[in-house]
Design a protein around this ligand. Structure first.
Ligand code: CP3
Length: 340
């Protein structure tokens, strides 16, 4: 089989594959004992920048679950670290920045860094190791969308409603647009490094876009996300959580080949909103991974059935794998989807 015939690529570019492809956001990580073992004594971002380690962690879930794609083990803040920004990931909490970016002067200091100057050597090396081993299984590269990155950067760490970033849009739109414009170029560069090294699909994660109003999404966010993904040269997936109210906008005027849908919106409804020329990705409820198998099985069958309403369907969760998930539940889902 050629890589272009892989079910994931067929679901993105047609014709529809025999069975829907399946992979899981956050499949590479804490739900796997073999991951926890490898990570002992290495900080998260250091692990991401150690090529043989990042490659091995990327491959673990492919070997274990037989998923239709690997997703590169890295993090949305890695390109910022590569650009020289002081960021760490605190276990159990998330990304933390030593110097939050809140004023026009803070934005000036950051945007003085040339996004093209970041050193992608370790990333390219890891992607090279992975794609050599994967053969016909595609590798998905990814980046954080400008708003989701800004939600961390402006706050200085994780927050619930991203009040500071959303306030900046209105209080100082010029600083906001310069910051988001710079983040778009940094994310784009990160995607290009992965693409050039062999990733055959990319996904842009706008995980926190659901905190925005439709009007703010349109005015202050979508134009920047477009820059990150426009003409990237490989099929693309655009993902957000809680983005039902502006799902159609997530197509980014046709730039995205697939749109991620969370568990709140049935896929047939999502397909109706998105239209006939886009693939949907999703939307198994991560909460049901903790339910008995017959309950989860019925839910997965329903998701696959509803996904037939779209041009193409990539089976995934509505958000990432929760760390406490029993990995066998994920393997069972893959076997089930491949049998339908
Ligand atoms: O999907 C995959 O398996 C590939 C790897 C991947 C990671 N982070 C590894 C990771 C991907 C695609 C991401 C993206 C990411 N990072 C997002 C968008 C996806 C989403 O879930 O919405 C976001 C918002 C981040 C920022 C981030 N990094 C958070 C919120 C956390 C969790 C903090 C915690 O410990 O609860 C991280 C750390 C992180 N990124 C871990 C992993 C495997 C956990 C680190 C560990 O093992 O200690």
């Amino acid at each position: 089989m050629a890589l272009s015939d892989a079910p994931l690529l067929r679901a993105l570019t047609g014709p529809r594959p025999e069975h829907a492809p399946v992979w899981f956001m956050r499949q590479a990580g804490r739900s796997l004992p073999e991951y926890r073992e490898l990570r002992v004594g290495t900080r998260m971002l250091d692990a991401c920048l150690t090529p043989d380690l990042a490659a091995e962690i990327t491959l673990q879930p492919v070997r274990r679950h037989g998923v239709d794609a690997a997703v590169f083990f890295s993090d949305i803040v890695i390109p910022l670290r590569l650009a020289g920004v002081d960021v760490e990931i605190e276990p159990g909490r998330g990304p933390v920045f030593a110097n939050p970016v809140r004023s026009a002067a803070d934005v000036d200091r950051l945007t003085a860094i040339d996004p093209l100057s970041l050193d992608g050597t370790a990333i390219a090396e890891a992607v090279g190791i992975v794609t050599a081993e994967l053969g016909d299984t595609p590798l998905i590269g990814f980046a954080g969308a400008p708003f989701t990155l800004a939600a961390y950067l402006v706050e200085g760490g994780p927050s619930k409603e991203h009040l500071r970033a959303r306030a900046m849009m209105h209080a100082d739109p010029d600083s906001w647009n310069r910051l988001a414009g710079w983040l778009a170029l940094v994310s784009r560069r990160f995607l290009e490094i992965q693409r050039d090294a062999g990733a055959s699909v990319v996904q842009l994660f706008d995980s926190w876009a659901g905190s925005l109003s439709t009007s703010d999404y349109r005015s202050f966010v979508a134009p920047h996300s477009r820059v990150a993904l426009d003409a990237i040269g490989v099929p693309s997936i655009h993902f957000g959580v809680g983005t039902g109210p502006f799902l159609h906008d997530m197509r980014l005027d046709g730039i995205a080949d697939a749109v991620g849908v969370d568990w709140r919106l049935p896929l047939d409804e999502a397909a109706g909103i998105l239209g006939p020329d886009v693939t949907v990705q999703g939307n198994i409820d991560p909460a049901l991974l903790a339910a008995p198998w017959p309950v989860l099985e019925a839910h997965v069958r329903d998701v696959v059935e509803r996904g037939r309403a779209a041009r193409g369907h990539i089976v995934n969760l509505g958000h990432g794998v929760p760390p406490e998930t029993d990995p066998d539940q994920l393997t069972r889902i893959v076997e089930l989807v491949h049998s339908i």
